[in-house]
Design a protein around this ligand. Sequence first.
Ligand SMILES: NC(=O)c1ccc[n+]([C@@H]2O[C@H](COP(=O)([O-])OP(=O)(O)OC[C@H]3O[C@@H](n4cnc5c(N)ncnc54)[C@H](O)[C@@H]3O)[C@@H](O)[C@H]2O)c1
Length: 281
Amino acid sequence: MIEFRNGVAVVTGAASGIGLGIARAFAHEGMRLVVSDIEPEALAQATEALRSIGGEVLAECVDVSDADAVERLAQRAYEQFGRVTVLCNNAGVIENNLATWEYSLDDWNWVLGINLMGVVHGIRAFVPRMLASGDAGHVVNTASFGGLISGTANPIYIASKHAVVALSESLYNDLAARDATLSASVLCPGWVRTNIVDSDRNRDDAPILTEKLKHTRQRFQAGIDTGMEADEVGRLVVDAVRNKRFYIHTHPEWMDVVGDRFDAIVDGAHPASSRIPNPKK
Ligand SMILES: NC(=O)c1ccc[n+]([C@@H]2O[C@H](COP(=O)([O-])OP(=O)(O)OC[C@H]3O[C@@H](n4cnc5c(N)ncnc54)[C@H](O)[C@@H]3O)[C@@H](O)[C@H]2O)c1
């Protein structure tokens, strides 16, 4: 059984959106926090807000696509607190919406480097230390509802999130097979009101936005605007960790679309496409 009070939660991408919602939820459980993000000003503001909840907060500016930086984050977390109870590999970005063959290699490396390798770096840096402690603990990897369905847009993002779901399933099974004191979950959110549409605000070589790309971003923003509050996602994460639930869904009413994908696979048909869920408030 995980003891949240005085435990330590690490959250990447914690300066905004879902990461901040998760950090807030664990702070309200009486946990101490290690929050990290690539955006220093937003991280400083988030840290102040989190400290006002009451617990101790260590803030570190870290690019999760940099393995050495994530290793240093783990060292700092253990120096400061001596343990980590919950690790949330959450930082993520999304690319502009183009056809699969139209992206540059820089686009592929940017999204996969953060969304997939960021999770890999978190697992490699923290899980051996968490296992060695022998304490009860939990890893939460943020994937997406997009990691469960056939892609109809944003192919790099969708590929990265499918990979995070599969990687998390492997992690869960590896831990269970060893009777580890750790377990794992994968968070698969639908629309959540965050700053994700503006993901390339932290990208040095962000492509210039054409009118067409601006239009697709506006449509994406319209979906995001109908989404759930990030604090509600944070509460769902706390509940899933407490109850050791692996798949964390924010929009269970969308699950038919996941079923469509698996029906198509089982039937040997073409990928189920474009029945995009009707977002509900
Ligand atoms: N918002 C949604 O509807 C939605 C749906 C499904 C999944 N997600 C996932 O939720 C996670 C959080 O996204 P969000 O929606 O809160 O967006 P957001 O942009 O509000 O927050 C993402 C945070 O990650 C940080 N970040 C970006 N690149 C980083 C890097 N290289 N290293 C460290 N931090 C970095 C950003 O600065 C930002 O603070 C992502 O993995 C995203 O894919 C979001």
